[in-house]
Design a protein around this ligand. Sequence first.
Ligand SMILES: CC(C)(COP(=O)(O)OP(=O)(O)OC[C@H]1O[C@@H](n2cnc3c(N)ncnc32)[C@H](O)[C@@H]1OP(=O)(O)O)[C@@H](O)C(=O)NCCC(=O)NCCS
Length: 339
Amino acid sequence: MYVPDNVVTNQQLTQYMDTNDAWIQERTGIQQRHYAHRTGETTTTMAVQAATIAIERAGITPQDIDFIVFATLSPDYYFPGCGVLLQRALHMKEIGALDVRNQCSGFIYALSVADQFIRSGMYKNILVVGSEKHSFGLDFSTRGRNVSVIFGDGAGAVVLQPTTEPNRGILSTHLHSDGENAEILAMYNPGTHANHWTNQPLADFDDADIGQMFMSHQMIDHAQNFPFMDGPSVFKKAVVKFPEVILEALQANHYQPSDLSMLIPHQANLRISQYVQQKLALRDDQVFNNIQRYGNTTAASVPIALCEAWQQGLIPEGGLVCLAAFGSGFTWASALLKW
Ligand SMILES: CC(C)(COP(=O)(O)OP(=O)(O)OC[C@H]1O[C@@H](n2cnc3c(N)ncnc32)[C@H](O)[C@@H]1OP(=O)(O)O)[C@@H](O)C(=O)NCCC(=O)NCCS
């Protein structure tokens, strides 16, 4: 994992917007988050840092990697994706590089894709990365406070390899989506939607005969270039889908919640994790939370939490670990691992 060294506390955010430490901690559990340097640090450079550690720990070199899966919603460029930038930065061979756009569940989707390539025998060393630089474009005025206080920057990475040991590694992955509520946690602009999907206009366009629908002066003037979130609706759906997809993974492998050594939920909100813990009757030592220090780092949150839990010795060899995530789309996913 890698997080930038710039720590921003709740108190510091009060310089820019009408918010306070008590509100943020009470509603989300977040105490601080890390922000990347404004220049010189990007989603890809953070991924490079995390990937370098993962590759070293796997005992291989960047030249041994034979496929990249890169999950992010905050890419360096609209296109091309971050995968190729990572391939270039780490001087890798001319391997395949795939970008995954599944927001908070992006890392588990990426892991699932990599798992299929490993199982089929196509690749032997796959680099799976989740990285986000949210701080580049949040609305740091009071208008955007319900979103901007939640998100933080960082990266996490793993190297996935085949094993000959039975009942070891990734036991199964479970992926879901429901696009019905795609617009309630979204960044609409820039995009090609042309207000097609909703009755309410999501963007103001320039009065031009041709072009100028992707990004217009009006969009910026009316602050339509920031993410939108209907927090309470996201919360309500998350507390249903998180337990559902965790139980799905356990049941598929004939386990029960009590068998888990560690649940690593996507760090969306401490209240959501606590609700899930209660719903599944898990002990405190069975659920890992670090949102207090990092905020919600979207595609990076699961690998950052996995890395910290492992570094703290909380994942025993052979232990049963469940990764689970829910987010924009909506998409949600889980992976059950025998560590
Ligand atoms: C965003 C979230 C923390 C907001 O908490 P909430 O209890 O639902 O709060 P609401 O959105 O109903 O807002 C309550 C009030 O707090 C205010 N508020 C919003 N953000 C605030 C902030 N940062 N500081 C202070 N007040 C804030 C609102 O304006 C509102 O004021 P009002 O009652 O005067 O209108 C919560 O809905 C949430 O965590 N949802 C899930 C979000 C999530 O997980 N997203 C990522 C998905 S992966």
